[in-house]
Write a protein that binds this ligand. Sequence first.
Ligand code: SF4
Length: 742
Amino acid sequence: AEAAEDGITWGKAPCRYCGVGCSVLVGVKGGRIVSTKGDPAGPVNKGLNCIKGYFLSKALYGKDRLTTPLIRKGNRMVEASWDEALDLIAAQYKKAIAEHGPDSVALYGSGQWTIQEGYVASKLMKGGIGTNNLEPNARLCMASAVVAFMNTFGSDEPMGCYDDLDLGDTYVLWGANMAEAHPVLFSRLIDNKLKHPKVKLIDIATRRTRTTKMADEFIAIKPHGDLAALNAIIHVILRDKLYDEAFVAKHVSFKRGKENAPYGLKDKEAFNETPADVKNLSFEEYKALMKPYTPQWAQKVSGIPAAKIEELARVYGDKSRKVNSLWTMGVNQHSRGVWVNNLIYNLHLLTGKICKPGENPLSLTGQPSACGTAREVGTFAHRLPADMVVMNEAHRKKAAGIWGVPAEKIPAKVGLHTVEMFRAIDRGELKCIWIQCTNPFQSLPNLNRVRKAAQSRKAFIVVSDIYPTRSTELADVVLPSASWVEKEGVFGNTERRTQQWFKMVNAPGKSKEDVWQLIEFAKRMGHGALFPYPEKGMHRAIFEEYRKFTLGTGKDLAPYGTYAKVRGLRWPVKANGTETRWRYTEADDEHVAKGEGIKFYKAPNNKVSAWFRPYEPPAEVPDRNYPFWFCTGRLLEHWHTGTMTGRVPELRRAVSQATVELHPEDAKRLGIRNRDQVRITSRRGSIVLTAEIGGRGTPERGSVFTTFFDEKKLVNEICIDAFDPLSKEPDFKKCAVKVQKA
Ligand code: SF4
C-alpha cells in the first residue's frame, strides 16, 4: 500500500490483462476494490491505461462469481466442500495413474497464472507425479516465438525492450494490430511519431485496422504471404549487398533445417528438427539458396508488388534508419510460425540492426505472464525452468537437485502438446485433465471435436476459474479461484519485466488461489513434501526457490523483496541490483549504441543462427467449395474469451457480440448488407454472425475476419487444428470457408 486518501488505500500491481504489462494503482476501501488507475510511476505505461485497464476492478465483481466447489452428479453440479472436491480429484488421478501410468493424466494451465502458480505446477507434474503432460495455453500464442528464440539465439525472450518504441525511427508491423491488441504500447509508439517527423510506421497486414489509420503506409499481404515476402526482402538485401558485412562475419552462422514437415492434421503426426537434421551453410551457400526468391516470384504468392518488396529491403538496409520489427499472433499463430520468426530475425541479423537502442526485432506477447509463467518457469511439455528442457540429462539433474527429487523422477519423454492433449481425450488415452486459469473449450481450434470428446465423458475434467465459462460447463469438478489482487503474485511481461504485487482484498466465498489448490492436491497425491513453504511468506519462498534456477544463466532475477519496492525489473538483473534494458550487450552506453560489445552468451562463438527457411504452402487454401480465407483475432474492448471483460458492463455495452467483417465488394457480390446475419462454414463447423461492413476493420477482398471473445459464438469451431511442425502452435489465422447470407 502506497498512500491513503478519502479512506482509499492504493497499492501497485501489473494489469491483469495483456502482455504489455502496464502498472496500475489499485484503490481499496472497505475490503473491496473501488478503483484502478494508470500508475504514473510505471515505466511501461507512464500513467496510461487502455479501456480494459480503466475498468479493471469491475472484472472481479461480476454477479456470477464462482464461490464454492461444485461436483457433477449426473447433469447437475452440486455444491461441495474443498475436502470433498480435492479428495475426489486425487482419487481419480490416483486411479488413472495406477491403471494407465502417469502419462494418462495432465494439467493445462495458463500464461495468466502467476510465476508462483506455474512453478508449483511444473514441480508437481514433472518432479512429483512424473509426467511432462503439463502445458500452458501459451502454446496457442507464443510457442512459435519460443522455438525461434531458442534456435536463433539459444535463449528465449527478446534482446530489445519498450525503450525501442521511443528511440527508433522506423517500425514495421508484421500482421500486428497493435492499436487494439497492445494499445498502450501503440500510444507510446505514436507519441514518438508525433514528436519526431522522421518516424515512419509501415503496417503489413491482411486487413485494414485502427493501426492502419495511424500508419504512414499500409501494405496488403495475402494470408501466408509473409513467408514469401520475407524471403524476397532477404533476396534483395543479399543481391544488392545491403547487409552489414562486418556484423555478419562476427555474429552470424547460417543453417538449413528439415523441410516438408507435416502440419499435424493427423493424430500423433510427429515432427522434430533434431541436431542431425541441421546442416551448416557458408554465407555463399546461403546466398545461392536465396537466389530463386525474387520479388517478382514473391509478388504472385504474397500479393505485395515486387517494387514494394524492393523498397522494404531498402528500408531494412538503410544504414541511417533505426528499424524495428514488431509482431505477435499474425506471425506466431501460423503453420510456419517458427520460420516466419526466423526470417524476421534474419532481416535484423543481416543488416546488424539488433541489440542496439531503438533498433531491434520485438516479439510481442498476448498474456500478462506469457513470458514469466509460460516460458520462464517451464510449463511447456518439453521444458524445465530457465530455458532447460526435459530431453537433456544435465538439465533434468539440475532441476531434480533444486527440487530434491531423484533425477530419474523427471521423465525425458516430452509430454503431450496442447492440440494432442485434447485429441488424447477424444482417443480415450487421457483419463484426467485439470484446467486452471484458461478456457480451452472456447479457445482451442477445431472446437467441435474437442467439445464432443469432453461431452462423451471419456476423461475426468476439473476446471478452476473465477466465473462459469464454456469450459466449466463441461467439467466434472469446478473449483472457484481467487483472482489477481485477491492473491499475491508475480507476472513477467513482453520486455522481460518481472512485476510483483501483494494481496489487497479477500476472494469471495470459499474461492482459493490456484497455487493453494495445487499444493492441497499434491498433499493428497503423496507429494506434499515437495512444497514445504510456510503459510506466511509462501509466495516469497516459492519465488526464491524458482530464482535459484535463474542465477548465473543470463536470466538472473533479483531477490523477492526487491520486486516489492519497484515497478518491475527487466532481467537479467545485474549483481548490483540494476536491470538490463538491451540484452546481450555488456559494454558501456556509447559502445552499445554503436552495436559494439555484443555478446550472444548462449550462442557458440558469439554467432547466432540465420536459417534458410523456404516457402511452403499452407495446410488449407480456399477452393470452389470454400472460397474465402477466414481469420480470427482480438479487439480493444474484450480480452481473450471474454471471461472477465464480458462481466464489465461498460465493455459489454461497447461491444456486445462478435461480428464478421467483410470487404464491401465481397458483401455486395453476395447480397449481404451491414448487420445482416451471415453463415460462415468450414469443413469443421458452421456459425452465424452479424455482418460488419466498413466498421473498424476491413479485410482484403476474399477474406473475412472475426473475434473469439463471444462465448455465445464459438467461432473456433470453424478453425483448423493444423499446427506449426516445430512449435505445435495452431494456425488461427487462416483456413478456408464459405460465406452465405443466413
Ligand atoms: Fe492492461 Fe494491456 Fe490495456 Fe495495459 S494495454 S491497461 S496491460 S490491457
